[in-house]
Every structure is written in C-alpha cells, then in structure tokens.
Write a protein of this length. Structure first.
Length: 173
C-alpha cells in the first residue's frame, strides 16, 4: 500500500525531497516511527509497507523502494528489516540503486559523501528509534562530494559502478 503525505509545516529542505520507505514485519515498528517523524517535518513520504507485524518478505519491499528511487519518483529510500542485510542485498539488485547498510551516523554520512548512496538500510532489531532518526537525518543532509575537486576519486569509483550496470551517462541524484 502506498501512502503519500506532505505536512503543512514544510521546511525548505523537506519540500524538495520525496522519500520511499519500506520494511518487512521485523522493521515495521521502526518504519512506522520514521514515516511519522519525517511526515511531521514536511517530507513527502511514500510508505511502501508492510502495514503490520505479520510475516512479510523483505525482498518485495526492497525492490519496490528501489524502483521508486531508480525511476526518480523518490530522491531517496529508507529500508528496514531485522538486520538490514537482506534489504541492502535485494535493493542493490535494482539498476541505479546504491543501497548502504548503515550502523551509525558516520556510516550514513559517508555512504552519501563517498558513495552517493540513494537508499539507507537500517537494522530495526539492533538500533534505537532516536539513533535511526539521527542516521537518516545525517544521510539526508549530506551531499555527494564527487562533483568537487577533492571528491574526484569518489566520482570515478561511483562512475565505475554505473558503467558496469550499463546505465550510461552518470547523473548525480
């Protein structure tokens, strides 16, 4: 089920950003918290599901979120399962996705800064809600440095990934 919400209290940063968010049953509680938090900040949040703690296959949600990001419908994605591992593996099968499993705010920042990650994967069974929020905020606030003269090596590395998957010309998110 896809639900798009945009709060009345938009900040300039949040108005420009659409987020696709998905989880399996093990990430449902954290996903629900993250969705509400970012909706309240004014982000356009598309909740891909799942909508309960009933058993659900992480792959279904990882691929849906990946396709939303890859198609450009959403700028970034957030995926949550028990460890985040399955989500990151599945999402990275979608052409154009660079999903990063992050365990702390520094990893979230570096995933954007050096790898131009467009999906953050979280371990719902291992991190607290406030930690998850800090990680997502760091991810969203950080720009890819690959276009700066100091980040040329990062651009080159991301370019190799894109070339390998056959996407053609690199376009920064």
């Amino acid at each position: 089920m896809q639900k798009s919400t945009n709060s009345r209290n938009n900040s300039p940063e949040s108005e420009r950003i659409s987020l696709a968010v998905g989880s399996d049953h093990r990430g449902f509680e954290l996903k629900s918290y993250i969705v509400r938090y970012f909706q309240d900040l004014g982000y356009n949040v598309i909740d891909i599901g799942t909508d309960s703690t009933e058993s659900a296959d992480y792959t279904d949600y990882a691929i849906k979120v990946g396709e939303m990001v890859s198609s450009g419908r959403c700028k970034y994605g957030i995926l949550i399962c028990n460890t985040g591992i399955g989500m990151s593996i599945a999402a990275n099968k979608v052409k154009g996705v660079r999903a990063a499993l992050c365990c702390d705010t520094e990893m979230a920042r570096i995933a954007r800064l050096h790898n131009d990650a467009n999906i953050i994967c979280l371990a719902g069974g291992y991190i607290k809600k406030d930690e998850a929020i800090k990680m997502v905020e760091a991810f969203l606030r950080t720009e890819f440095e690959g276009t700066s003269c100091t980040g040329e090596r990062h651009y080159r590395r991301v370019r190799k990934i894109i070339d390998y998957e056959g996407r053609g010309k690199y376009e920064q998110a």
